[in-house]
Structure formats: C-alpha cells, structure tokens
Design a protein around this ligand. Structure first.
Ligand SMILES: Nc1ncnc2c1ncn2[C@@H]1O[C@H](COP(=O)(O)OP(=O)(O)OP(=O)(O)O)[C@@H](O)[C@H]1O
Ligand SMILES: [Mg+2]
Length: 240
C-alpha cells in the first residue's frame, strides 16, 4: 500500500525580510506532484531562500507554506533536501546514509541493504568505508544525493546540486536526479544554469529580485518567455 500523498505544496503570499529589507516578496505558487519543478534565476534572486522556506528550515516573515495532500501530517518525514555544499557527518560514507535512515525510523536490520543499494545507485559502491569528508566534491555531492535517495522521499528539494562540479560529475548528478524522479519522487530544485534547467525542468519558476516573475511549462518558458526579465535572462543579459 502506498502512503497518501503530501502534495500539493501551497506557497501563499510568502514574504521574507531581514533587518527591514524584503528579500522575498509575495511569492505564491502551488507545487503539484509529478513534474520536475526548477526554480531558475540569477544569483541573489532568492532561490535558496525560497527552497529553505518551502522546506520549513526557516520561517517566513509573512505568508505561509502548507502541504495540502491527504498525507500532509507526514510531510516532515516524507521530504529530503540536498544543499549546494553537502553537509556530511565526520563519519564513513555508509554511516552518513545509515544515520539518516536511523533518524527517519528505518529499522536497524533494514539499514545495511538500503545503504548498499543507495551507494551503488550513486556509483559509490566500494566507497562505503571512506571517511565522507575525505571524498572529492563530486563524490560528496553524490553521497548527499545517495543519502536523500535512501530515504525514498516523496519530495526531494535540491539547491544548486551541481554548482561546483566538473562536467563529468554534473552529468552523473543530473542522471541521478533523473533516476530519482523516474522512481516516483517529486523534484524541486534551484539552478542559475540555463543549460541545466533545459535538461531537467518540466516546469520553470523564474525568480528575480525576490519576486516570482514567471511560471510556465519548460518548453513554453524557453521558447516564448512572457516577461521581459525572463527574455533578458535567456539572452544572457545582466538583469537590473
Ligand atoms: N540571512 C540573510 N541576511 C541578509 N541577507 C540575506 C540572508 N539570506 C539571504 N540574503 C540575501 O537575500 C538575497 C537572496 O539570497 P538567496 O541565497 O536566496 O539567493 P539565490 O537566488 O539562491 O542566489 P545564488 O544563485 O547566488 O545561490 C541575496 O541578496 C542574499 O544576500
Ligand atoms: Mg542559492
């Protein structure tokens, strides 16, 4: 039996301000099950803030984030997040995955097989005993993804998952994201990389200066952006 869905996620008139300066203004959007949602925008647009607010890591100044699905009460346990710079424990790669499973209440006896499977899917089979913090940047990012994958989340939030990786590692991580999605996990990710958005997005939320400027299916967004800011961003212009 599959658990009832926690989606959709409703983001309602979200404001976030620090020291009186508005960093996010009136962002409203409903995030539905299924598609890969990519939050796109230039540096400083508010993408990371949006993701942290959506995941409940920080509280909004005004507005709210509400899980509306019938399984909403389980929302905390059914989502996972991968940060731009992986946050790994000073333990082995396997222990990092195993710890996350323990926190989610996965029985001890089930953990080793789930750890092994996740590491193998990430192309890290054989690296389970390595201290996580001695792994390369690309390996660490794959490990962070493996850890999230092992949790079998219904929704996976990813903040610039390939920002500091070389092209081969970018391809590997994008393939993992694709495989996680094909396994039935809803993907919500940020990027400022147009190529990545084109490769991965089904739906684009374009953010600029703390505002949600445009929301569209990916093909329409890239072919016919409906706002001047999005069109300028797609042309590679620097936005004011
Ligand atoms: N705690 C904070 N205090 C003050 N300013 C903040 C804080 N957090 C974020 N900001 C500012 O809010 C704006 C949006 O930040 P955010 O990290 O969401 O941008 P981003 O779109 O993720 O950019 P990038 O592509 O560089 O990751 C930036 O100008 C940032 O400096
Ligand atoms: Mg960011």
């Amino acid at each position: 039996m599959t658990a009832p869905t926690i989606l959709p996620l409703s983001i309602e008139r979200l404001f976030y301000a620090v020291a009186g300066r508005a960093l996010l203004e009136s962002v409203s959007v409903e995030i539905a099950a299924g598609s890969r949602t990519v939050i796109l925008g230039p540096n400083g647009a508010g993408k990371s803030l949006c993701l942290r607010l959506a995941q409940g890591l920080i509280a909004p100044t005004a507005g709210c984030v509400v899980w509306k699905g019938p399984g909403a009460a389980q929302a905390k346990m059914r989502q996972a997040m991968v940060f731009q710079r992986p946050v790994l424990l000073r333990r082995s790669a396997a222990a990092n995955v195993s710890y996350a499973l323990a926190v989610r209440g996965v029985p001890r006896a089930d953990r080793p097989s789930r750890v092994e499977e996740a590491l193998a899917r990430a192309g890290l089979a054989g690296l389970g005993d390595r201290p996580a913090r001695t792994m390369s940047g690309g390996e660490q990012q794959k490990l962070a993804l493996a850890r999230a994958w092992a949790l079998k989340p219904e929704v996976l939030f990813l903040d610039e998952p390939t920002a500091s990786l070389d092209p081969a590692a970018v391809r590997a991580v994008e393939a993992m994201i694709q495989a996680i999605h094909e396994g039935g996990t809803k993907i919500v990710m940020t990027t400022h990389d147009l190529g990545q958005a084109k490769r991965l997005a089904d739906e684009v939320l374009f953010l600029h200066n703390g505002r949600l400027v445009e929301r569209a299916p990916a093909d329409r967004f890239f072919e016919h952006p409906s706002t001047l800011q999005a069109a300028a961003f797609l042309r590679g212009e620097i936005l004011a």
